[in-house]
Design a protein around this ligand. Sequence first.
Ligand code: HEC
Ligand code: HEC
Ligand code: HEC
Ligand code: HEC
Ligand code: HEC
Ligand code: HEC
Ligand code: HEC
Ligand code: HEC
Length: 451
Amino acid sequence: MSKKPPRYIWVPLIIALISVPAGFIYVNWNKGGEGAGLYSRQWLPEAIFAYWNPKEFYQSVDTVVGEFSGEQCIECHSALTPGIVNDWKKSLHSQLSEKVFCNDCHGSNHEQLHMPTPDVCGSCHTTQHEQFQDEKRFGFPSHALAMERALDAKHFVDKPKAEVTACLQCHSVATKCDSCHTRHKFSAAEARRPEACLTCHSGPPHPDDETYFHSKHGQLYLAEGETWDWSKPLRKGNYPAPTCAYCHMDEGKHQVANKSIWKFGIKQINPLTSGNEIKRKQWINLCSDCHEADWSEDRLKEMDKERKRAWNKLYLAEKILKELRADNYLYPLAKERPPYPTDSAKDLMQYERIGFFEGQASAFYNTSAIERDYFEMWYFENLAAYKGSAHGDPSFIIKGHDAMDKSLEKIKRKAEKLHTLGEDEKDKGRRENPEKLWFNGEYTEYNREHN
Ligand code: HEC
Ligand code: HEC
Ligand code: HEC
Ligand code: HEC
Ligand code: HEC
Ligand code: HEC
Ligand code: HEC
Ligand code: HEC
């Protein structure tokens, strides 16, 4: 005879039955605000977001009434927005026997216009659209998930709107198709050039522009690019040296995430997993359009070695910070700093987050000096060295590692000082708590009110 299970095992089950749906309901509730994403209730959209994220925010003008044919759109807009009409006239869309008119992308009813999302382009360009959507399989980062990634990042809500509006300009690569072939020429030739990527792939955490232009490939592009025939697709034999899209969208695939091993570079990964070996083969295959396979494999191995060295340095720095935290010697402590506007002052989650897995993106601001030193080392110096080795730019590898070495020294020195000061204060009794001064600081208050 089987025994009845003891009653208490039902308790966690019932709790789970209630809390799982409650969790879902809570997340959905959070997404129901005037903004978008996880923190949608904590910010209001700017006017420009209607264009960067049209599905969420675009509403048609209602100043012009009527339904128009394509020809009529062109006629009126030739006077109103001649630049747009001229670009359209230069585009392949206007030269087809069945022209793609303004209304094919924006609608015919002028009171119910829309800004075309990838779905609209995808209704004719299924291949590119499907490849683009397929990126989602590979997780973050990817173009298809970029908008979601930015909206759900805590620092998007925590910082003043004027500082973070631009996040969505770059991350709009997910929500519209005119990032690389700009409107209204929609030229494939334009998208093949490295310039197509650079509005977004530049700046200290992702210096793809500088590292590419320093590399032999970039130098060849600068020296000879003008003479290359950009009307040719990105295929073996068509280009003497590769551009961004040649390597990352090989064969014209609208997919930038399928080969990515080290991804953004902000966490250590094991480059030798079976999944990553498949990606490596794809890379070698690509380099082999122009180089020898073994030679190319060696170049990729050198990148892995460089990465290993970088992470040794980063983990040393993390260890020092974690020891300080264990001793309560970080200063000011998380509880002594202004909280994020999205946290409550007494939030249990308010602790010093060190390293990728604890969510160190919080160290963008509101942080102690030594944690910020680590942040710079991790987010800027490390990522510069990474892109140097990924793109074949020796100068960025040397500069990045040199800067990391200096940061590590600085962190060691500061840690010693904090340790001595901490011991000293321990001897003298409790250290004074500047908590109250900070909690309602000007910056924090301003953000609470203006987000
Ligand atoms: C009689 C002139 C006229 C015709 C015909 C016309 N438009 Fe417009 N369109 C305008 C004017 C004026 C504006 C600016 C409206 C405003 O800013 O309130 C405009 C604005 C737009 C915008 C920008 C809306 C925004 O929110 O930024 C789009 C897109 C547009 N038109 C598309 C079309 C399409 C597609 C057609 C054909 C179906 C068309 N237009 C036909 C006059 C016209
Ligand atoms: C192949 C699709 C396509 C066609 C055809 C097209 N557009 Fe657009 N249009 C776009 C896209 C994509 C955007 C950018 C959407 C966004 O920012 O969310 C845009 C934006 C606009 C805007 C607002 C942004 C700006 O730059 O001012 C206007 C106005 C506009 N289009 C007018 C027109 C007119 C007029 C025509 C016909 C000559 C036309 N469009 C044809 C795809 C198209
Ligand atoms: C009504 C159908 C239709 C829509 C909607 C449409 N296109 Fe096209 N597009 C075409 C056709 C047809 C061609 C020519 C054949 C081809 O390249 O597939 C073309 C060509 C292109 C090209 C190649 C141009 C070149 O220089 O070789 C690009 C890029 C492009 N479209 C982008 C877009 C984008 C981005 C959108 C959405 C904003 C869009 N298209 C919406 C039908 C459409
Ligand atoms: C409008 C801005 C924009 C443009 C233009 C753009 N990208 Fe991106 N790209 C992004 C953003 C934003 C991300 C990060 C997305 C995320 O956070 O998930 C990204 C991510 C990537 C990644 C990382 C994928 C991974 O799995 O690690 C690659 C590779 C990439 N882009 C290549 C390119 C290339 C090549 C071009 C030009 C042909 C280009 N991008 C043009 C904004 C852009
Ligand atoms: C200049 C364009 C640009 C701006 C502005 C920008 N980003 Fe990004 N962001 C990128 C690119 C490009 C990547 C991917 C780089 C790579 O993979 O090397 C990225 C990556 C990210 C990632 C990491 C993706 C991952 O999964 O690892 C997050 C999160 C992010 N951005 C959020 C934001 C937020 C929030 C802001 C505003 C404070 C912002 N970004 C501003 C271009 C930009
Ligand atoms: C990251 C940059 C980037 C983005 C974003 C992008 N494209 Fe492209 N697109 C390219 C490049 C590069 C080419 C040229 C490919 C080649 O040479 O084979 C291209 C070519 C095309 C072509 C012409 C294909 C051909 O064989 O002639 C179409 C159609 C197209 N893209 C549609 C889209 C659509 C639809 C979207 C949105 C889902 C989109 N693109 C988003 C970079 C991009
Ligand atoms: C010779 C081929 C090549 C060229 C050209 C190239 N890249 Fe890369 N890129 C790589 C390799 C290899 C990596 C490291 C890939 C990995 O770890 O899987 C990388 C990494 C990246 C990453 C990080 C995400 C990832 O896929 O790992 C981004 C973003 C990126 N490159 C963007 C660009 C941009 C933008 C340009 C042009 C300015 C460019 N690349 C030019 C080969 C290239
Ligand atoms: C479309 C052709 C093409 C592709 C694809 C290509 N390269 Fe190159 N690469 C060149 C050319 C041309 C040079 C200049 C040759 C020289 O330096 O004599 C070069 C030079 C280099 C150099 C500098 C070599 C030196 O001796 O200084 C490195 C490193 C390099 N490539 C790595 C790669 C890697 C890694 C890949 C794949 C991720 C790759 N390349 C893909 C064409 C290509």
